[in-house]
Design a protein around this ligand. Structure first.
Ligand SMILES: [Fe+2]
Ligand SMILES: [Fe+2]
Length: 208
């Protein structure tokens, strides 16, 4: 057996005689450090972009549309919930009340003033939206003092649903079109972020 063959035999012995696991451990140890180094370096390189990621909030119109779908789903569920289930009916109504109140108030404080700034001669649509909010809020307050198992509550629910549907159609039509054509992408997202923050505050205040 020549020197070259002996070396090969030694290496094979090392590889198959238990050394293989040590060799792998050494290799994997090295890879882990490289991996962790990469993750840390990658994370550090993202730090300057964090404010930019935060700023990529949803457009205000997307947030409001989601709220609209959610509340109409809740109203339909409440309509379909049998009369014997008073706890479920009450808790569904509470959710509708809280969501709609926070949604409408945040629109009045954040969204509508922003539309007024770009509406020029079309501010009457905003005035109409405030008026319709008044009707919806009055209905919600009336319903909060009613028995959710009563016929009277059901007819108010139908009235609420019709008013909300009508208002949503107008809002998503005229008002959304107005702001989407007259505001920049950045403005739509900034207003979206401000509106979300306000909604959160209102819900916390109500829960306290
Ligand atoms: Fe709305
Ligand atoms: Fe509205």
């Amino acid at each position: 057996m020549g020197a070259g063959q002996r070396n090969l035999a030694n290496e094979l012995h090392f590889e198959f005689g238990g050394g293989i696991s040590m060799a792998r451990r050494r290799r994997s140890g090295g890879t882990n450090w490289t991996l962790w180094g990469g993750i840390i370096a990658g994370g550090a390189s993202l730090i300057p972009f964090i404010p930019m990621i935060r700023r990529r909030a949803m457009r205000v119109t997307t947030i409001l549309k989601k709220d609209h779908r959610m509340v109409s789903g809740l109203m339909m569920t409440l309509e379909m919930t049998p009369k014997f289930n008073s706890t479920v009916r009450k808790s569904l109504f509470n959710q509708i009340y809280n969501d709609l109140m926070a949604h409408a108030t945040a629109e009045e404080e954040v969204f509508y003033p922003a539309i007024r700034n770009v509406a020029f001669g079309q501010a009457q649509d905003v005035d109409e939206a405030y008026r319709e909010h008044g009707i919806v809020k009055d209905l919600l307050r009336e319903m909060s003092n009613m028995d959710p198992m009563s016929e009277e509550f059901d007819s108010k629910l139908t009235e609420l649903k019709n008013n909300v549907q009508h208002h949503v159609e107008e809002e998503e039509g005229e008002l959304f079109e107005l702001c989407e054509t007259r505001m920049s992408e950045e403005q739509l997202r900034e207003i979206g972020e401000a509106l979300s923050e306000r909604k959160k505050e209102l819900k916390i205040q109500r829960a306290a």
